[in-house]
Ligand binder design. Structure first.
Ligand SMILES: Cc1cc2nc3c(=O)[nH]c(=O)nc-3n(C[C@H](O)[C@H](O)[C@H](O)COP(=O)(O)OP(=O)(O)OC[C@H]3O[C@@H](n4cnc5c(N)ncnc54)[C@H](O)[C@@H]3O)c2cc1C
Length: 211
């Protein structure tokens, strides 16, 4: 690897952190920025699917052990319970052999906890971290990418060889480099609410989807 090759990861959510963790694992230096500081919340249903579990295991098997060993922040889930509008119900377990699993095949974790857990795994030996730093503009110039950054109201211009746009659904990188536009025909509103004192949930904490 060319040590002068400069990489910027814009956004330290799950996409940015997965990229950062894999780069650090391969001893590749990079800059990691986020417009927020951590812990920060993110509107989400908070479900960590089997795919999340297997990707995290690929990055570092110790991470899944930490997740599974922390029932306060992570509730193990063993399947999905679907309800149709007429009240009929169908259970779909994540695994046919749940007794042989080392830990639950899926989890529910508030993103304020899970994203902070991922962020805590940033390796400062390879990741130069800058929080409260927003990417404002990005310009392609020859083989380089010029980014305008805003850290607490102070603007700076930096040059990179590679920018990973991991700033979520309003990605400036995607908008400015790929012409990504809001697609009104595929756009809808979502609402996230936490409830207390919920009873009658599945004993194996199946996720419920009500249509
Ligand atoms: C209502 C709702 C429910 C959902 N439920 C689920 C679910 O149950 N399970 C599931 O797996 N997925 C769910 N999702 C989808 C999931 O939330 C996203 O797929 C996921 O968060 C995307 O991760 P990401 O890292 O790409 O972006 P994000 O998690 O959005 O992270 C982006 C990061 O970039 C930072 N950032 C943003 N702009 C800038 C900028 N200009 N400069 C620097 N940093 C910036 C943000 O602060 C943030 O930390 C849900 C989404 C919604 C809206």
């Amino acid at each position: 690897m060319d040590p002068t090759f400069k990489i910027l990861i814009a956004g330290a959510g799950p996409a940015g952190m997965a990229t950062s963790m894999v780069l650090s694992k391969n001893k590749i230096e990079h800059v990691l920025i986020d417009k927020e500081t951590f812990p920060r919340d993110k509107i989400c249903g908070d479900a960590l699917s089997g795919k999340v579990v297997s990707e995290l295991n690929k990055i570092n098997t110790e991470y899944m052990k930490e997740v599974a060993g922390n029932p306060t922040d992570y509730t193990g889930s063993y399947g999905v319970r679907f309800y149709s509008p007429n009240g009929k119900m169908l259970d779909v377990p994540f695994s046919n052999n749940p007794d042989n699993l080392k830990h639950a095949p899926g989890f529910i974790s508030p993103r304020i906890k899970f994203d902070n857990f991922l962020f805590s795994k940033a390796n400062p030996e390879f990741a130069k971290i800058s929080l409260n730093t927003a990417i404002e503009k990005i310009i392609r110039k020859d083989n380089k990418v010029i980014v305008i950054l805003n850290k607490n109201g102070v603007f700076s211009e930096e040059e990179y060889d590679l920018v990973v746009g991991a700033e979520g659904d309003r990605s400036i990188v995607a908008k400015e480099l790929l012409g990504d536009k809001k697609q009104h025909e595929h756009y809808c509103a979502g609402l996230r609410v936490y409830y207390e004192n919920v009873s009658d949930s599945h004993p194996d904490k199946f996720i419920e989807l009500h249509f």
